[in-house]
Design a protein around this ligand. Structure first.
Ligand code: IPM
Ligand code: MG
Length: 367
């Protein structure tokens, strides 16, 4: 049976990095007699330019109909006009919402050979191995009203941070289940001293924690969490938090690994695909980096590691996913670096060469 993978390269460096990830997937498919059927479509700014909408209905339909989706990045200065009512990012939000991908997994692991690439001291980040589970389909990203208007005080704007019980408990349960498969520690992050939505979150987190007595549980306020991530990142295993806190904390956490160019993500829900696993959307956490787009300078490793997560979570191929991770680590160990990880003495390579090196390692060749 062939599995259907929808490929949404998107904007900026999206096409370059996804191009490498795709080739890695094809290599693995060839090696494991796995049949993958790729379908490509435009999304974000590219789709806005070509069709006047960031996400066409038939692309959304294709997404709902696929076993997994691989996405590059969306957005760029070209589409940044604040007055525009159509923006590339809407495509991403619509995909997440319509596919009900409420659990966004963002693993952060310090790679030994890249400790020097982080702005933080090696002794602080050595051994970091955490995963942020970010709630992805509710909170201030989706609450209504969300609008700009004119009131008695002149120009005003409002956004709404809404959460209900079901939305909070399903993502926390997801986190506890994940913690059980890892080091059995879970940190729930909120702002319960200020926000009503966070107080509900904390209440429910406590109730669910009582059902997972084997998992060490703590509540941490988001502002202290921002600090702890830099001071003692090794202490954390699974961190569960609401949508916007997760957005902010994962950009911060990416610095523990050295570069945004290294961090993959998986967005999962309860919908099961033809392989018997959750349908997922896989994307690097980095953006479209328009400043380096089209110059063969982007780091494809986050996209390649996202493809590894796709194999693991949506196709149940953990061993094959690990092979990709090992290939990535091997290439890095050999000293190859894209410009985002530049260091004295490194063997500098571009996006294409980095992708090729990973594939060569997968095929058993020396880089
Ligand atoms: C992310 C990004 C997106 C988000 C943007 C591009 C809409 O920052 O995936 O972290 O805010 O969720
Ligand atoms: Mg973000």
């Amino acid at each position: 049976m062939a599995y259907k993978i929808l490929v949404l390269k998107g904007d900026g460096i999206g096409p370059e990095v996804v191009g490498e990830a795709l080739q890695v997937l094809k290599t693995v498919a060839r090696q494991s007699a796995l049949e993958l059927e790729f379908k490509e479509a435009m999304v974000g700014g590219a789709s806005l330019d070509a069709y006047g909408t960031p996400l066409r209905d038939d692309v959304l339909k294709a997404a709902l109909d696929s076993d997994a989706i691989l996405l590059g990045a969306v957005g760029g200065p070209k589409w940044d006009n604040p007055a525009a009512d159509k923006r590339p990012e809407q495509a991403l939000l619509a995909l997440r919402k319509n596919l009900n991908l409420y659990a966004n997994l963002r693993p952060v692991k310090a790679i030994k050979d890249l400790l020097a690439a982080s702005p933080l001291r090696a002794e602080i980040i050595n051994g970091v191995d955490l995963v942020v589970v970010r709630e992805l389909t509710s909170g201030i990203y989706f609450g209504t009203p969300s609008e700009r208007r004119t009131g008695s005080a002149g120009r005003e704007a409002v956004d709404t941070l809404y959460y209900n019980e079901a939305e909070i408990s399903r993502v926390l349960r997801f986190g506890f289940e994940l913690a059980r498969q890892r080091r059995k520690r879970l940190t729930s992050v909120d702002k319960a001293n200020i926000l009503a939505s966070s107080r509900l979150w904390r209440e429910i987190a406590g109730e669910i924690a009582a059902q997972y007595k084997d998992v060490a549980f703590e509540n941490v306020l988001v502002d202290s969490m921002a600090m702890h991530l830099l001071r003692r990142p090794r202490d954390f295993d699974v961190i569960v938090t609401e949508n916007m806190f997760g957005d902010i904390l994962t950009d911060e956490a990416s610095m523990l690994a050295g570069s945004m160019g290294l961090l993959p993500s998986a967005s999962l829900g309860d919908e099961i695909n033809g392989a018997g696993f959750p349908i997922g959307l896989y994307e690097p956490i980095h953006g479209s980096a328009p400043d380096i787009a089209g110059q063969d300078k982007a780091n494809p490793l986050a996209a390649i590691l996202s493809a590894a997560m796709l194999l693991e979570h949506s196709l149940g191929m953990r061993a094959e996913a690990d092979t990709i991770r090992e290939a990535v680590e091997a290439v890095v160990r050999e000293g190859y670096r894209t410009p985002d990880l530049a260091a004295p003495g490194a063997k500098m390579v571009g996006c294409k060469a980095m992708g090729r090196l990973v594939r060569e390692r997968l095929e058993g060749g020396e880089p």
